[in-house]
Each structure stands twice: as C-alpha cells, then as structure tokens.
Design a protein around this ligand. Structure first.
Ligand SMILES: [Zn+2]
Length: 89
C-alpha cells in the first residue's frame, strides 16, 4: 500500500511561555495554551510518499502542534499515513 510518513524536522521554543510550558507561577502554574504545555512549537515537517518521495510543502499543511493535513490527495486511493506518536518524543 502507498504510505506517507510524517516526520518532524524543526522546532522552536514557544514564545508565549519561553519554553517552560506553563505560566511560571510558583503555585499551581497554568499550562501554556499555545504549546499545550510542551514548551516547543513545530516549525517544520517532512512528508515522505512511498510513490512520489519527499512531498513539496504545497502538498500539505501543518500547525505548531504537529497536526499535518494532506492536500490534494485522491480520497479513493488507500493510503497509510505513518505518524510519529507525537512531536514531543
Ligand atoms: Zn508555550
């Protein structure tokens, strides 16, 4: 079956919490909403297609939390998407 493998290739420190993952309060710190408490944001992903090789960035979209959205794929073709469990390892 055709496979698409997603890999995370770039991160940056979350500017909202400066990498802490929370608001830094000494007592009951509140988790950062922007990075969901991870302290890092995804800045780059790679998607490798078993048919076309590495896909150009125009074929997919992603967000800072590592969700990847494939664009322009034929819904009828069975494709197995291999996703890392999470960007945070
Ligand atoms: Zn944050």
């Amino acid at each position: 079956m055709r496979t698409l493998e997603i890999r995370y290739t770039g991160f940056r420190t979350c500017p909202n919490c400066e990498g802490r993952g929370d608001d830094g309060a000494a007592w009951r710190p509140i988790g950062c909403k922007r990075c969901k408490g991870h302290g890092k944001l995804v800045t780059a992903v790679e998607v490798e297609d078993s048919v076309d090789g590495l896909l150009p960035a125009s074929r997919y979209d992603f967000n800072a939390l590592g969700e990847v959205f494939l664009l322009d794929f034929d819904e009828d073709e069975p494709v197995e998407v291999i996703r890392p469990r999470s960007p945070w390892g």
